[in-house]
Write a protein that binds this ligand. Structure first.
Ligand SMILES: [Zn+2]
Length: 178
């Protein structure tokens, strides 16, 4: 897991991410979390894309098995359950703190006025995208985003158990890049 500043991703890593998401990965400024095998699971994206578009989603879940597991979680009604937890005052406070931590990470890279105060996943008051919240938890580590932590706990996927299609390729991508 890592939060800014990030080491610049290698071309090989960008190639792996592009394969994961099925399109060219653009404006990736770092690998924010990895599978136990070393393959990227979460990328960090520049808050302002090359074409000038503001991009609030700093942490993006790219790993196919992870995104599938989180999609299953969303489809089986986890979001209203998690949203209900925010009725609890301490949970709501922790979620607000997660929102602020997310913004602080992004601000440390670049201030983009158009997305000021806008984080991701529905924070700080709603639960709209578990992929974004889980990505935040994977990047920041446990204890920062309570809903993201729960999503990872409930999901049938873990970064400590490699479910990469081809971990060999992910690991030795240096040789196949370009
Ligand atoms: Zn793996």
């Amino acid at each position: 897991m890592s939060t800014p500043p990030f080491d610049p991703p290698s071309e090989a890593e960008i190639a792996v991410v592009s394969r994961q998401i099925g399109r060219p990965a653009r404006n990736v400024i770092g690998i924010a979390a990895r599978c136990v095998c070393g393959a990227p699971t979460v990328v960090a994206t520049d808050p302002r894309l090359d074409d000038g578009t503001p991009f609030p989603t700093l942490y993006y879940l790219t790993h196919p098995a992870a995104t599938a597991a989180i999609s299953t979680l969303e489809a089986t009604g986890a979001m209203p359950k998690f949203a209900g937890l925010l009725d609890d005052e301490s949970m709501a406070a922790a979620y607000l703190a997660a929102h602020r931590a997310y913004l602080a990470d992004r601000e440390s890279i670049e201030h983009v006025t158009e997305i000021e105060g806008i984080s991701a996943g529905g924070m700080p008051q709603r639960v709209k995208c578990l992929h974004a919240l889980a990505a935040h938890s994977l990047a920041a580590g446990p204890g920062v985003n309570p809903i993201g932590d729960l999503a990872l706990e409930w999901a049938d996927w873990s970064p400590s158990v490699c479910q990469c299609d081809d971990p060999e390729t992910s690991n030795s991508a240096e040789s196949s890049a370009g």
